[in-house]
Design a protein around this ligand. Structure first.
Ligand code: ADP
Ligand code: MG
Length: 396
């Protein structure tokens, strides 16, 4: 399952054809079409989204595939090959989160939620079969992939045209209001707007985005995602605390969001609390690192951006204080083995690390990381090679 067992494992998706047959077995008819939406990795720009700042995600070749057929009875019937329970629900209904669904139906809050939000824009019912090659809850955004694949399918089936930036907002609304998860706009934007060979610079305040060339393989590099196998459950309260600290700092500094801090030295000088000073330092410098990374990528100086990853990791470790032992050991071992850079990704306290390595050294880097875990008696890490891929699309 989940991550490829070996460094550089192939990540292609071949679900398109097979899922049509599975749909027939489940619903007794052929689907009207098959749609795919990818997961994502955020290259740089961590804990900047809720500070109205900048992020730089790219789409993976892995994601969620959905085979679907239109229904005109106002019902959504949704099944997943990764979930035990089929769920049938009216498209016309209150926010799913208010209905108190039992745990085994909870997964369907995402697709049913999308159907309920999009209903206001003219879509209707459907039968859906979902399949995925994206690990769930690993920080690669399977939830947004599920929402975006469903959203595209419903729009196409019901002949509704919504531009992609707007569709991303609607999918985000489904996750916020229907599934009850207070996520930002990055994941849905990445899944819908990314293009192969590019990362997407997204301004989380304006919602505006632009394509930035990013093709590690063409530069002789490999971007590895290392699943540290440490669960981020412990970090739950810490994430909320960081958000609150950022809000408090912004209000003490008299700005709407930390995005608006223009003079870092002056801001640090005016804050008395050393904890708030560290948080501000991270957010402000991280936004600059996103801009610097975009500049390097646009200039074709791809290997140089490894330094930005390292700086981001140190800032997340020492200023924002959200790293965890496995992440620090991964970055350390990877750099010693010749990687150009690496950083923790996601909210912190568990999850994955990305490592930028010369392609010829990627295997050695992976071995060094594995050895570092072995030495400490940790569960072995898992690796996948991340290839910047196209966003959501119809497959057939
Ligand atoms: P992430 O988005 O980082 O993978 P989340 O916790 O946001 O983690 O979303 C994971 C949830 O999304 C799962 O617990 C499940 O409810 C839902 N989900 C994702 N992929 C699938 C799938 N293939 N089938 C059913 N539910 C899925
Ligand atoms: Mg998610």
């Amino acid at each position: 399952e989940a991550f490829g067992a070996e460094v550089g494992a192939e990540m292609g998706t071949e679900m398109g054809a097979e899922i049509g047959e599975a749909f027939g077995a489940a619903f007794g008819r052929a689907p009207d079409g098959v749609w795919h939406a990818p997961g994502r990795v955020n290259l740089i720009g961590e804990h900047t989204d809720y500070n109205d700042g900048l992020v730089l995600p790219f789409a993976l070749s892995r994601g969620v595939t959905v085979a679907a057929a239109r229904r005109d009875d106002g019902v959504i019937d949704v099944r997943s090959r990764q979930a035990p329970t089929a769920v049938t629900a009216p498209v016309d209904g209150p926010p799913v989160v208010s209905e108190g669904w039992p745990a085994d139906r909870a997964w369907a809050a995402y697709p049913v939620g999308v159907a309920r939000v999009l209903r206001e824009h003219g879509t209707g019912g459907a039968s859906l079969l979902i399949d995925s090659d994206l690990p769930q809850g690993a920080g690669l955004s399977s939830s947004a992939a599920l929402e975006c694949a469903t959203a595209l399918a419903l729009c196409d089936l019901h002949g509704v045209e919504i531009d992609r930036p707007a569709l991303a907002r609607l999918a985000q609304r489904a996750e916020n209001e229907q599934a009850g998860i207070p996520c930002g706009l990055m994941d849905q934007s990445a899944s819908l707007l990314c293009t192969a060979g590019h990362a997407l610079m997204l301004d989380c305040r304006s919602g505006l985005s632009s394509q930035v060339p990013f093709d590690p393989a063409a530069a002789g590099l490999t971007l590895l995602v290392v699943d540290t196998r440490a669960s981020h459950a412990l970090g739950g309260g810490e994430y909320g605390r960081r958000r609150a600290e950022c809000e408090e700092a912004a209000s003490l500094l008299g700005v709407d969001a930390l995005r608006d801090v223009k003079d870092l030295a002056a801001a640090l000088g005016s804050l008395k609390d050393p904890v708030l000073r560290r948080r501000v330092q991270h957010v402000v410098t991280e936004n600059h690192r996103v801009e610097a990374t975009v500049g390097l990528l646009r200039a074709g100086a791809l290997p140089e951006f490894g330094a930005m990853l390292n700086a981001s990791h140190l800032s997340l470790r020492d200023q924002f204080e959200v790293s965890w032992p496995e992440a620090d050991a991964t970055v350390d071992a990877a750099l010693r083995a010749g990687a150009r850079g690496g950083r923790m990704i996601g909210g912190g306290f568990g999850g994955s690390v990305i490592v930028l390595a010369p392609a010829a050294r990627a295997e050695r880097v992976g071995e060094a990381v594995t050895a570092a875990y072995e030495k400490r008696g940790w569960t072995p890490p898992r690796f996948l090679e991340a290839v910047p891929s196209d966003g959501a699309r119809r497959l057939g």
